[in-house]
Design a protein around this ligand. Structure first.
Ligand code: PRT
Length: 99
């Protein structure tokens, strides 16, 4: 996937997550996570991060990539639950880059 496609997809996923937050659906795992509240969302990010660390120390690239995807997806949910966007985090990075 090219850089532009990656950014476009992340942006689309972020929009879907926002929609699941604003218009909850019973069938949606994303909506059910928002329902459980910020503590559960934060806990999921912690669990997925640990799984990434474990896979990083092993040599199964497929498992590492899958756990990384779980982490990124749950992190996007956490950002939405906190009322911010990925762009806000990137802005912080861009500011650091200027210094
Ligand atoms: N990218 C994902 C995605 N990645 C992981 N997951 C789900 O995240 C869950 C993580 O699994 P775990 O075993 O850690 O958790 P669990 O035991 O099911 O649940 P917990 O009790 O621990 O919370 C699984 O149910 C996965 O299906 C995802 N669920 C949805 N999406 C995307 O989110 C968008 C909205 O989907 P819905 O939530 O289905 O509306 C769509 O674009 C989906 O592709």
């Amino acid at each position: 996937m090219k850089n532009e496609q990656t950014l476009l997809f992340l942006s689309q996923l972020e929009e879907i997550i926002k929609d699941r937050h604003d218009n909850p659906s019973e069938k949606s795992y994303t909506s059910s996570l928002f329902e459980k509240g910020i503590n559960k969302v934060a806990q999921k990010v912690g669990e997925e991060a640990v799984e990434v660390v474990i896979e990083a120390m092993d040599d199964n690239m497929d498992l590492f990539l899958n756990e990384s995807a779980d982490l990124l997806y749950h992190y996007l949910i956490l950002l939405r639950a906190k009322g911010v966007e990925l762009a806000d985090v990137v802005e912080v990075l861009a500011e650091r880059h200027k210094k």
